[in-house]
Every structure is written in structure tokens, then in C-alpha cells.
Ligand binder design. Structure first.
Ligand code: SF4
Ligand code: SF4
Length: 121
């Protein structure tokens, strides 16, 4: 779920407000978005992917993290490279290499190849 909007980094471009499929954000004072409807967050990471200045952090959990969690602490999240970390992983942003293979996500099991079929004579 969306956890952090960095007031320090945000430039008020409204991209996150526009791309959020469930209208989680409202534009706040000074153009900085506020998380107005966190319960509607789908953890889709689109806001983080589109933020041009890596000002957002979406935690991978589908529920809000516990109060006091380091994942709500901007200084911790920044130091850990997690602020805008999803965008970085998918290679969006100046000087990065886009590529689906860099996307974060669960390691999905791959189907076992079927054994070769016997030839009939
Ligand atoms: S993660 Fe998706 S649903 Fe949640 S605030 Fe960002 S864009 Fe909206
Ligand atoms: S996309 Fe980033 S810079 Fe733009 S308003 Fe949202 S948080 Fe601020």
C-alpha cells in the first residue's frame, strides 16, 4: 500500500493523482498530494512508477504497515533505497535502462516441461 509521499522531494506535478486507478490521492496544500483514501489503494505501484522525482513509496504489503514500522519512516526508506525503488527497479527514469526483466514481483513457479512423446512405428 502507498505509505509515503515525500514533501521534500515532491514537485507537485500531479502525475500520481492522475495515474492512480482508484483516486487515492487528493491534491493538498502547495500542490503536494495527500493520501486521502488509503483503503482504496490496490498496491499497483503505478504512482511510484510515474513519479518523476522518486518521491513515493508503495510498500509491497496489501494492508497498511503497522504504526511505528520503519516502512513509514521516510529517512529509513530513503537510506534503504526504497523511496522510488520500484521505479528504479523497472528502469524508468533518466539514465536507467527500461526492461520488464528488471521488474520486481514474486518468483512465479514455472511449469515442468512435458517429457518427450514416444514415436509410434
Ligand atoms: S499503488 Fe496504485 S492504487 Fe495505490 S496509491 Fe499508488 S497508484 Fe493508487
Ligand atoms: S508524481 Fe511525485 S512529484 Fe508529482 S505530485 Fe506525485 S509525488 Fe509529487
Amino acid at each position: 500500500m502507498i505509505e509515503i509521499v515525500s514533501q521534500e522531494r515532491c514537485i507537485g506535478c500531479d502525475r500520481c493523482v492522475e495515474v492512480c486507478p482508484t483516486s487515492v490521492f487528493d491534491t493538498g496544500p502547495g500542490g503536494i498530494p495527500v493520501i486521502a483514501r488509503v483503503q482504496d489503494c490496490q498496491t499497483c505501484f503505478m504512482c511510484e512508477a510515474y513519479c518523476p522525482v522518486d518521491a513515493l513509496f508503495v510498500a509491497p504489503q496489501a494492508e497498511p504497515v503497522e504504526p511505528g514500522s520503519p516502512l513509514r519512516d521516510e529517512a529509513y526508506v530513503t537510506a534503504a533505497g526504497l523511496l522510488g525503488g520500484y521505479r528504479k527497479k523497472i528502469g524508468w527514469g533518466r539514465g536507467r535502462t527500461p526492461g520488464a526483466l528488471r521488474a520486481v514481483g514474486p518468483d512465479l513457479p514455472r511449469p515442468t516441461p512435458a517429457p518427450p512423446r514416444k514415436e509410434h512405428r
